[in-house]
Ligand binder design. Structure first.
Ligand code: ZN
Length: 147
């Protein structure tokens, strides 16, 4: 199977069977982000303890890329430290903004590398980054008040 179509399978699979797509109650922070260029929406609940993600759940509507990316992210960042999560976010973002030059490290980004091909479609990059930007926002709000 070609890499491109394998990646499409991964994205479709997360879209059809999304992980952590049920908002867990009583989060420390809840954020709602919209990608106006596509109409994607995500609500993200985040809780942290001692600098570590203890709960990350989401709900959303939109295109397969935006929803699959949220699913992949929620799985990847589960129980990661804030520092590690932000590093992975940086790598994912760098890959998506590389216009296809960076393919991502599968050991680190896991299913996230399936989005490498999205980098060639600038209009879809925001779709893939929506959940991650919501996470970044939520994380910074937890930092603002106390953890
Ligand atoms: Zn979209």
């Amino acid at each position: 199977m070609e890499l491109e179509s394998l990646y499409q399978e991964v994205i479709l699979d997360h879209y059809k069977r999304p992980k952590n797509k049920t908002l867990h109650p009583n989060p420390m922070v809840q954020v709602h982000h919209i990608n106006t260029s596509c109409g994607d929406e995500i609500t993200l609940n985040l809780s942290m303890k001692n600098g570590k993600i203890t709960d990350l759940s989401w709900e959303g509507v939109g295109c397969s890329i935006s929803q699959a990316s949220a699913s992949v992210m929620s799985e990847l960042l589960h129980e990661k430290s804030r520092e590690n999560a932000l590093t992975l976010l940086g790598e994912f973002q760098e890959m998506l903004q590389s216009k296809g030059a960076i393919h991502g490290n599968e050991d680190r980004l896991q299913d996230g590398v399936a989005f490498a091909g999205v980098a060639k479609f600038p209009a879809r990059v925001k779709c893939a980054l929506l959940a991650w930007m919501a996470f970044k926002d939520a994380g910074s709000r937890i930092e603002d008040h106390n953890e």
